[in-house]
Design a protein around this ligand. Structure first.
Ligand code: AMP
Ligand code: FE
Ligand code: FE
Ligand code: ZN
Length: 284
């Protein structure tokens, strides 16, 4: 009996806060038995070329994407943008602005941490590839190396958590503007982990309705950070708004417990995403 292809549309390389290079990430996805992998680094497409080369070499299909930082209703939200034109000016400028703000914010956090811990910006840079979209995970790695935290998760549970004296937020565009920029670039916008209530407050139904009206195409329902209650709620919202439903791992290499393929997306939904996207799925 033929089995359904395994499709995982949300992963990170070291072009952002994953621990593996884009090529190694794609090789790992092929070894894990996935048929299709999506590369969705935070606010960048810098990993696309290397991932494409690895996909063609290893025989796995690649969905080129990004995870766009945004804000809605005072909550930090993430939008997966699939198959957009990476050269589109408005989206590129938006990503540049966020990445610059992330660097300033990381510097401020390290300065604050440096008052109480022997930690410098150079220590953080030691864990960061040139051009990476920097985030708290890179600061976490420096804290782990310096012996102040056991692993990334421990650092996130203490010094790096929102509410900690060392936590600083960063600029991100309003989610409605971000959705419009993704659409203008020919991308397909999917709300990443919209019910991640373990991380903090989630956005109410009304905000998801506004996002759908602005062009949101789908909800990432099956994600380990959405509680079972949230997954039920999101399934109902998607049905009533006619949104696509995806499931993905949000794999970050060794930086998080998430395993490739732990949640997957149906071939029908991938087909709908590809129909709407400006660039093709890379197929070997
Ligand atoms: P930032 O975007 O800099 O605010 O950092 C948030 C990022 O940290 C998210 O995109 C996650 O990939 C990562 N993250 C969140 N919680 C954890 C955790 N407990 N362990 C490792 N990484 C985490
Ligand atoms: Fe991340
Ligand atoms: Fe995310
Ligand atoms: Zn992610």
């Amino acid at each position: 009996m033929p089995t359904e292809p395994l499709i995982d549309l949300h992963t990170h390389s070291n072009a952002s806060d994953g621990t593996e290079s884009p090529s190694v990430l794609v090789e790992q996805a092929a070894l894990a038995g996935l048929d299709v992998v999506g590369l969705t680094d935070h606010d960048t497409t810098a990993g696309w070329a290397a991932a494409e080369e690895a996909a063609l070499r290893t025989g796995i299909a690649l969905v080129r994407g990004a995870e766009i930082s945004a804000r809605a209703d005072g909550v930090s939200v993430h939008l997966l943008s699939y198959l957009h034109d990476p050269e589109h000016l408005a989206l590129r400028e938006q990503n540049e602005r966020v990445r610059a703000a992330r660097t300033d914010r990381a510097r401020t956090m390290v300065e604050l941490l440096g008052r109480d811990y022997a930690l410098t910006w150079d220590d953080v840079m030691d864990h960061t590839e040139p051009g990476t979209t920097i985030g708290r995970p890179h600061i976490a790695d420096a804290l782990v190396t310096a012996g102040y935290a056991a692993d990334r998760s421990a650092a996130f549970a203490s010094m790096l958590r929102p509410g900690s004296q060392y936590y600083v937020p960063h600029y991100a565009p309003d989610a409605i503007d971000a959705i419009r920029a993704v659409q203008a670039a020919g991308g397909v916008a999917v709300f990443a982990h919209p019910g991640a209530d373990l991380r903090g407050r989630v956005v109410p139904d009304a905000v998801i309705e506004e996002m759908a009206a602005a062009g949101l195409a789908g909800l990432e329902v099956r994600h380990r950070d959405n509680s079972p209650e949230q997954q039920r709620r999101l399934t109902d919202i998607a049905a009533s708004l006619g949104l696509l439903v995806t499931g993905s791992s949000d794999y970050h290499g060794a930086g998080k417990p998430n395993v490739l393929g732990e949640n997957t997306t149906s071939p029908e939904v991938l087909e709908a995403i590809e129909e709407r996207g400006a660039v093709a799925v890379v197929r070997p």
